[in-house]
Design a protein around this ligand. Structure first.
Ligand code: OVV
Length: 408
């Protein structure tokens, strides 16, 4: 139990709901639940978790753009780091506030800016072509393992510069834990932590060491930033850890969400297939329609009112990103329609404000390149069985997805 005063339900001046965002049954299809939450009120209170909740685009945008009031240094999950010990050392870019945040963010931001990552494009394109060639030769395969996992585990891990050995065993298992830890300490969290503790956590620490990184990768460049005095020496491995925590499971799940969306909306794939230059725009609609990140938290630093609801200090506020991206107040009456011709920019998939995803341009680069390679050669996708969800407390993706593809 936390020793921070929670407002008694009497004192909460917002509708109270016993909605549990972390149930398997909710994760299977959260969207009808999100609609109810959006209709309930701009601010509600999650009685099971003693946290406020926001499900509309406008309020989420406002909260994420006010880091002085809604801080990250108390953790961006349900756990309040002021009273609960996190499962690992806090991230020095995610779980920090200004002014500390600006320094680490500047280094990582530079590393992942278009000018830097555009150099990766030729290698990323070559690998996507080779992968799509192999998949076409097979005809049917598991889209999760053979495509959505295979690609980032190859190209992103290579870009960071970690060894190939151990990637498939540990990298996604580690990220799974990172993202489960943004939710409650439920069974899912406990089982995942036990798994991560049997190798993944140690492996990650090891591959973040300078001597285990290729000399020309993104990881090595963080050590060079430390050499130049832009980071303390002990901060370099912490930021390599950030790249490996945030950069794999998310892109894997985004690719999963793309494949499942196109398999279920063949008319939308026909548009991309007819015009592969639409790939980047189509990816943006995937990110809106099936957000990878569904929920995370901020913590109030003072008394504040949101949409007329007073909140005390040290209150957790859950932002339902996956709901903001379906809010008809922002997207109109067609919010629930997957439409690659829509202007999907302004979606919240990468968050917004000072903590907006630092890796979003490399994530889009990977997604665009994979969708382009597929658009050129694949006429259609067919699901050959029910996709199996990968349940996680904050990100949405799949464990398996049997598909067949027809060559163009
Ligand atoms: C955005 C994000 C997600 C997960 C982990 C981290 C960052 C990190 O800094 O470790």
């Amino acid at each position: 139990m936390s020793n921070i005063a929670q407002p008694g339900e009497q004192a909460v001046r917002a509708p109270v709901t016993d909605f549990d965002p972390y149930l398997d049954s909710v994760l299977d299809d959260p969207y009808p639940h999100y609609e109810k939450l959006r209709e309930l009120a701009p601010v509600f209170y999650l009685s099971r978790y003693n946290a406020f909740g926001l499900a509309r685009h406008a309020e989420i945008d406002a909260v994420l753009r006010d880091p002085a009031t809604f801080c990250s240094s108390a953790g961006v999950g349900l756990a309040n780091f002021h009273t609960e010990t996190p499962w690992r050392k806090p991230s020095i870019i995610l779980e920090v506030d200004p002014p500390m945040h600006a320094r680490t963010r500047k280094v990582v931001g530079g590393l992942l800016a278009p000018a830097s990552i555009n150099k990766l494009r030729p290698a990323f394109e070559r690998e996507a072509e080779l992968l799509v060639d192999r998949l076409l030769a097979r005809g049917s395969f598991d889209a999760v393992h053979d495509l959505c996992e295979a690609y980032p585990l190859n190209v992103f891990a290579d870009a960071v510069g970690i060894p190939a050995e151990g990637r498939d065993k540990y990298l996604l298992a580690y990220g799974d834990m990172v993202f489960n830890a943004f939710g409650p300490v439920n069974e899912r969290f406990q089982a995942c932590l036990a798994k991560a503790q049997s190798g993944a956590i140690e492996w990650i620490a090891e591959v973040c060491e300078r001597k285990n990184l290729t000399p020309d990768g993104l990881g090595a460049r963080l050590y060079q930033a430390a050499d130049e005095g832009l980071l303390a020496p002990e901060e370099a491995p912490m930021l390599v850890r950030t790249l490996l925590s945030a950069g794999l499971d998310t892109t894997v799940f985004t690719l999963c969400n793309a494949i499942v969306s196109f398999a279920r909306h063949p008319d939308q794939w026909a548009l991309v297939h007819a015009n592969p230059a639409m790939a980047r725009q189509a990816l943006e609609e995937v990110l809106r329609y099936e957000s990878t990140f569904h929920s995370f938290y901020r913590t109030t630093t003072r008394e504040v009112e949101v949409a007329g609801v007073p909140m005390g200090p040290e209150q957790k506020v859950c932002v339902f990103i996956g709901s903001a991206n379906r809010d008809p107040r922002r997207w109109g009456e067609t919010a629930n329609r997957f439409d690659v011709t829509r202007r999907a920019s302004g979606n919240m998939a990468f968050g917004t404000g000072i903590h907006g995803c630092a890796g979003q341009m490399i994530a889009r680069l990977e997604g665009e390149i994979v969708l382009t390679a597929l658009a050129r050669r694949v006429k259609s996708f067919r699901l050959e069985g029910r996709p199996v969800m990968h349940y996680n407390n904050s990100v949405r993706g799949y464990k398996s997805m049997p598909v067949s593809i027809i060559a163009a």
